[in-house]
Design a protein around this ligand. Structure first.
Ligand code: ACO
Length: 313
């Protein structure tokens, strides 16, 4: 089978988490729930809620964080993709706001948002990589950003305890050298009403749970198959942080040590399209081994979408 290679380099990562912490105990005052119920069923202790900042404010802060870490010349950026299901407005895109807030309005940049629910960041990475590979683009900001607190129904205890706000970003460059990066993304559209958002989030939790187990397993297997790699070649798995029990079940079923999954769900809850981007940045910042590693990203979300990526970073 032909290996699908890319020529993208990860220059840096960044993230931003709003200051305000909402603990499970804070939620007990708003919703008929308990810290024990939330933590034992999901692994979540805290999440952060924006106070007045919109999605583009969070997005630009994650982008700036990635730019600052690399001391990057922003005049090179010619592509901005924001994965989100909570844009500031229906139109224009959050990416356009990011362009303006970074002071990049005078240069040629392709800017757009992408909505693939919680799988959005993996979809966006895939799209950006193919665009960079086309050699029409040289430098991309790929951002996952959400202010989910603005679409939470605090009368619904099934959904209101799960989500948090935040943003994460990667800065990518097109280089001549072939760097392995593999993507698998797909969807099952007939499940579109299992988890959807109109003015607020609606979810059939049990159905999502069952679907997620199969989707995460399949996405991991598919991306490994496409890359002709095995789990032994992967240094760390960065999963979508939706529910610790989903990750534990997948680990058990695929016989993977749970320590091979990077977890931060206890601190931030489910930040949807931002979740993998935030976890990636946090992992990069905290890893002891600073040499290049092979990371497997995997996620699932409304649509139903799911997918995985193997990247070298
Ligand atoms: N506090 C207290 N009780 C609650 C709460 C709450 N916050 N939410 C629901 N309950 C009650 C229900 O009303 C129900 O009560 P009933 O039996 O009297 O009707 C009971 O708890 C259901 O309990 P369980 O069956 O034990 O719940 P379950 O184990 O299915 O856990 C959960 C529910 C956590 C939502 C689980 O189904 C789940 O994690 N699903 C996956 C959903 C997910 O990850 N969504 C993330 C968003 S989707 C995404 O990221 C793509």
């Amino acid at each position: 089978m032909k290996k699908l290679m890319n020529n993208i380099k990860f220059i840096s990562t960044g993230s931003y988490i709003p200051e305000k912490i909402m603990t499970n105990f804070d939620l007990e005052k708003l919703v008929d729930t308990s810290d024990e119920w939330i933590y034992s069923r999901t692994g979540i202790k805290n999440r952060h809620f924006s106070t007045g900042e919109n999605t583009s404010d969070l997005a630009v802060k994650a982008a700036q964080n990635a730019i600052d870490k690399a001391n990057y010349d922003i005049s090179k950026i010619d592509l901005i993709i924001v994965a989100t299901f909570t844009p500031d407005l229906m139109s224009p895109s959050v990416a356009n706001f990011v362009q303006a807030k970074l002071g990049l309005s005078k240069q040629d940049i392709t800017c757009f948002d992408l909505n693939a629910g919680c799988t959005g960041f993996i979809y966006a990475l895939n799209v950006a990589s193919q665009m960079l590979k086309s050699e029409k683009y040289q430098s991309a900001l790929v951002i996952g950003a959400e202010v989910i607190s603005k679409v939470i129904d605090f009368n619904d205890r099934n959904t209101s305890v799960l989500f948090g706000d935040g943003s994460g970003c990667v800065l990518l460059e097109n280089i001549e050298e072939i760097v392995p990066a593999y993507f698998y993304s797909t969807s099952e559209g007939e499940l579109n009403k299992t988890l959807y958002v109109d003015n607020v989030v609606h979810m059939d939790g049990k159905k999502v749970y069952q679907f997620a187990l199969g989707a995460v397993e399949k996405a991991i297997k598919k991306v490994l198959e496409d890359s002709q790699l095995t789990l032994m070649d992967v240094d760390m798995i960065i999963p979508h942080q939706a529910n610790i029990r989903i990750i534990q079940s997948v680990a058990k079923s695929l016989k993977i040590d749970l320590n091979k999954f990077f977890l931060n769900i206890d601190k931030y809850g489910n930040t949807s399209a931002a979740s993998i981007a935030i976890a990636l940045d946090e992992y990069i910042e905290t890893r002891k081994n600073k040499t290049q590693e092979t990371l497997l990203l995997v996620g699932f979300g409304s649509g139903f979408t799911y997918g995985a990526a193997i990247i070298t970073i």
